[in-house]
Write a protein that binds this ligand. Structure first.
Ligand code: HEM
Length: 357
């Protein structure tokens, strides 16, 4: 196992060791049933669930269900149902198309240029801190809000972490639920409505997880020449997103009886879609010369009618981050896993320069 993969595994093993072990042990089979829960590891089966199987998008424990419970609302973006959702999705897709992304891009680049300056003077930089500011700045602009980037990013991060704990079993369930409602209320007060809150959660948490993990991977795996070269940078960004699978598990619930990989699935079955395994993140290292097919790589953004509308922006932002860090050839000087975050990632990822641009 490469040093990059070894370090990156820690974001799973130090935050959810039992879950990581269960998923690793069962991944040889494309579909594994444990009672009413179905683990979906296979590439084709993962795609099949998201594109062909009717899903109950608001059931308890799914992304949409958690969003609805926590915000106390109906019709929020992750509910993923109804005409209201389709209209909002169309508007968002327009804001995040090629010209929309080019409009947002300078904001992220400005944050990178300013925040990476200490590397030139022999200082260090916390990549998590930079990624949060970048995500906050871009998301505030997308939402048309005049907010301090870190204020928005922190509120979105706290709300997501609290929401992720709502369904943990145990004696603290009531406390988790109330903490989640408070955090969601604070985010709502900041951004104005449930749809904006859900968009902030989706954009900030994925970006804050992905960019630091990608920078650590490049540092540990000697990828800076590929990151510096415009001819390989975008392919590297795509491959890193595939291998990092920043949103590694999609919890869903079957909305009707059907079949999956030729086996019966019943309405109400819990489906745990393992994006990390579907995209072959666990056993195919990033390669710019022999990249996995786009159809496989893009599974980390979901599939079908509800696939991530922010995928283009996420790719461009990561490519810009690679371009900004590469001239310094940074090495990781300090790293601490975030055990409380909604998505696997670093709480601190400090890097210092090995070269001056
Ligand atoms: C590395 C970055 C990202 C990853 C890995 C990621 C991944 C995902 C995944 C797996 C889904 C669920 C798709 C499905 O159910 O088929 C999703 C949905 C979504 N993502 Fe992303 N995402 C990222 C960045 C972003 C950004 C930057 C934005 C906004 C600017 C965004 C906005 C959304 C929204 C609004 C949805 C819900 C779509 C719907 O319900 O129809 N994401 N994302």
């Amino acid at each position: 196992m490469t040093a990059a993969r070894r370090r990156d595994r820690a974001v799973y093993t130090r935050s959810h060791p039992a879950l990581f072990a269960l998923l690793s042990l069962t991944r040889c089979a494309p579909v594994v049933r444990i009672g009413r829960t179905v683990l979906v590891h296979g590439t084709d089966q993962y795609r099949e669930v998201l594109t062909r199987l009717p899903l109950d998008r608001t059931a308890t424990g799914t992304t949409g269900g958690i969003a609805r419970e926590v915000s106390g609302g109906d019709g929020v973006l992750f509910d993923q149902a109804g005409a209201d959702h389709r209209g909002a999705r169309r508007a968002l897709a327009a804001a995040l198309n090629a010209s929309g992304v080019e409009r947002l891009r300078p904001l992220g680049r400005e944050v990178l240029e300013r925040r990476l300056a200490p590397l030139a003077d022999g200082g260090s930089v916390d990549v998590v801190d930079v990624a949060l500011e970048l995500a906050g700045a871009v998301t505030a602009e997308l939402l048309g809000l005049d907010l301090a980037p870190r204020r928005l990013a922190d509120a979105a991060r706290v709300a997501a972490a609290a929401a992720a704990r709502v369904h943990l079993p145990g004696p603290l369930a009531r406390r988790h639920r109330s903490a989640a409602a408070t955090a969601a209320g604070q985010l709502l007060a900041l951004v104005g409505d449930e749809r904006a809150a859900m968009l902030a959660v989706a954009a900030v948490n994925t970006t804050a997880a992905a960019i630091p993990r990608a920078i650590a991977w490049c540092a540990d795996d000697g990828r800076w020449p590929q990151a510096a070269d415009p001819a390989t940078r975008e392919a590297l960004a795509d491959e890193l997103l595939r291998v990092l699978a920043p949103s590694p598990l999609l919890p869903r619930v079957a909305g009707a009886d059907g079949t999956l990989g030729g086996r019966p699935v019943r309405a109400g079955d819990r489906l745990i879609l393992v994006a990390r395994h579907a995209a072959r993140a666990h056993d195919r290292d990033p390669s710019v010369s022999a990249a996995q097919p786009a159809a496989t790589a893009q599974l980390v953004f979901g599939a079908g009618p509800h696939a991530c509308p922010g995928a283009r922006l996420a790719r461009v932002q990561l490519a810009d981050a690679l371009a900004a860090f590469a001239p310094y050839r940074p090495v990781v000087s300090r790293a601490r896993v975030d055990r409380r975050s909604a998505l696997p990632g670093w709480a601190v990822l400090e890097v210092s320069a090995c070269a001056s641009p």
